[in-house]
Design a protein around this ligand. Sequence first.
Ligand SMILES: Nc1ncnc2c1ncn2[C@@H]1O[C@H](COP(=O)(O)OP(=O)(O)OP(=O)(O)O)[C@@H](O)[C@H]1O
Ligand SMILES: [Mg+2]
Length: 293
Amino acid sequence: MLSIKNLVHVYGNGTRALDDVSLEVPRGMFGLLGPNGAGKSTLMRSIATLQTPTSGAIDFDGIDVIKEPEKLRRTLGYLPQDFGVYPRVSAYDMLDHMAVLKGIASGKDRKDTVDSLLNQVNLWPVRKKALAGFSGGMRQRFGIAQALIGNPKLIIVDEPTAGLDPEERNRFLNLLAEIGEQVVIILSTHIVEDVADLCPRMAVLAAGKIQLEGAPADLMQRMEGRVWRKAIDKEALEDHRARFEVISTRLFAGRTVIHVLSDRRPGEGFEPVSGGLEDVYFSTLSASRRVAA
Ligand SMILES: Nc1ncnc2c1ncn2[C@@H]1O[C@H](COP(=O)(O)OP(=O)(O)OP(=O)(O)O)[C@@H](O)[C@H]1O
Ligand SMILES: [Mg+2]
């Protein structure tokens, strides 16, 4: 459905934010996972036609996104990472206004659209309240409502769960999951569970490059038998980092629990753990950093 080929984006200051990114995104939810500065927003904005890449091609369902941006915009829903200002306008009026901008001219059609979207994202009871007074979770749900105006076939949500509490995060992700399998939804995030829970396909982006791509279950399968855990004292961490491929560290009950990637048992005190998506992600990042170093 969405096909990205050899995309490069170099900012004016020389930062190479996207470095030859190629990606095939099918219908359904696609998780784009990556750390701060990976290039996620740059990629999302390029697909959303808000900036023109330095080189490369993007095609969505036969639309040449770079040559025909206005054509893509008609079928695009976009929730940016920073939505910007939240005015003292009610959720209802703002959504109605945005529906006008999206080209829904008839008052009746607009009322139907706005009513149903506010219900869908569970903001109907607060539709008359000003957006300025909305909580983070309510703002993100409003953001999804505006992205869904006009039944887009391509929906891009850029780090929508950052800063949400677990309950709101859950509510938001369920909302995304309900949008349906007939559209392409790209969800960028640095939170592994966002992807693990609901994306049939995913990619890891780091340092402007696609480091890994596939189905979360397959990627986890590949880690089977290669992830080892050991609880150590904090003082021993440096030494372990020097001797093993430590992919993650975490404090637990005052000790440091490390995960190490190794084809066989790395040594005394290590026990096998079945690799989760977090291990996939952290080992990918650690490998990409090694290449960069
Ligand atoms: N307008 C800009 N001018 C120059 N450099 C930029 C600009 N926007 C982003 N960058 C740089 O491009 C790289 C990728 O940034 P981008 O915002 O796409 O990453 P990201 O994955 O969205 O990060 P985050 O998780 O923090 O949102 C970073 O090194 C960033 O500093
Ligand atoms: Mg970003």
